[in-house]
Design a protein. Structure first.
Length: 330
């Protein structure tokens, strides 16, 4: 198989995982041209030194500040010219033939613009919930995912169809979106929809990219016979900041695609929900001091409430601590 693939890896304090990630690329057995670009978002550990020392052939872009994931992806994409682009998280590792299978799938399906493989834990278990989704985020889907409705009504259409619970994920099929941890697309797609929206500092950038592609007729497919290992959660600064960025991106996505009114109504439902849930759990903890799950649930509820509160205090901010950024210009 011939062709050219540009692999873009965005790092931020990724020393623990970047070596295994980069080591996995040549082992993926693609016989075309592969070019790897690492864009470092101002790591404070020795990620940059490790890449320079152990992977000197990798092209390295070092930012003087953390520009966010979408902006760094765009930097890497603009620095390359290959036919296909693969975004790979530093905590992900390609399995043998992954790149070849993704490229082959795109060649055999000209209407498909974006593909993603199955994602697996280091022990080989399939990460069912995050590899791909059957629906895009929406108001009812958000209510089921971010409240206890999914536990009360696990067979709901919004829960079942979003997480594709009736599918074993071993076969290939069209989906709404695939996970950005290992995300391949045609460069030609950029001519149609532009680059990643840099207002998404972290989270939802691939969701927005897939939605824009599908809105103009491109298909997004999950490729069941390709796989990557994904550890997950290794690009986050801290739980509270991560929650803050997630919530900000969630509402940016809803404002952008569904309008300010829907985003405001969603906030008006979820903000008091997380507040009341945090209060209820806090009142229960003293009676169950050794219940770790209870403490974890309380921590999550508090983080989500605080993130919603901070969003109210700065409603015009696209993301906390960032400027509006460039949306998606070529």
């Amino acid at each position: 198989m011939s062709g050219s693939v540009d692999i873009v890896v965005v790092t931020y304090n990724s020393r623990a995982h970047i070596a295994a990630c980069l080591d996995s690329i040549p082992e993926s057995a693609f016989d075309g041209t592969v070019r790897t670009v690492v864009v470092d978002n101002h790591s404070s550990d020795d990620t940059v030194a490790l890449v320079l020392t152990h992977h000197p052939a990798v092209e390295l872009i070092v930012n003087s500040a953390n520009r966010g994931f979408a902006a760094a992806c765009n930097q890497g994409i603009r620095a390359t010219a290959g036919e296909f682009i693969l975004l790979l998280n530093p905590d992900a590792q390609l399995l043998p033939s992954t790149v070849a299978r993704l490229v082959s799938y795109l060649r055999r399906h000209p209407a498909v613009g974006i593909v993603g493989p199955s994602l697996r834990s280091t022990g080989g278990a399939l990460q069912r919930d995050i590899s791909a989704t059957g629906l895009f985020p929406s108001f009812p889907q958000a209510l089921f995912e971010y409240t206890r409705l999914s536990r009360v009504y696990p067979e709901s259409k919004w829960h079942r169809d979003y997480f594709l619970t009736d599918w074993d994920r071993m076969s290939s099929r069209p989906v709404a979106m695939v996970q950005g941890a290992c995300f391949m697309f045609r460069r030609a797609l950029l001519d149609d929809i532009g680059y990643f929206d840099e207002r998404f500092f972290l989270y939802f950038e691939e969701t927005d990219f897939c939605k824009r592609a599908k809105e103009i007729g491109w298909e997004v497919h999950y490729v069941g016979d390709a796989a990557a290992i994904h550890i997950g959660g290794q690009s986050m600064v801290g739980r509270r900041q991560s929650a803050r960025q997630f919530i900000a991106s969630l509402y940016l996505f809803h404002r952008k695609h569904y309008g300010v009114l829907e985003a405001a109504v969603l906030w008006g439902v979820l903000m008091p929900y997380h507040c009341l849930r945090a209060l209820r759990l806090a009142a229960t903890v003293p009676f169950k001091p050794h219940d770790r799950q209870l403490r974890a649930d309380l921590r999550t509820a508090v983080e989500r409430f605080v993130a919603h509160w901070q969003l109210m205090l700065a409603p015009g901010t696209t993301l906390p601590g960032t400027s509006a950024g460039a949306p998606c210009a070529p």
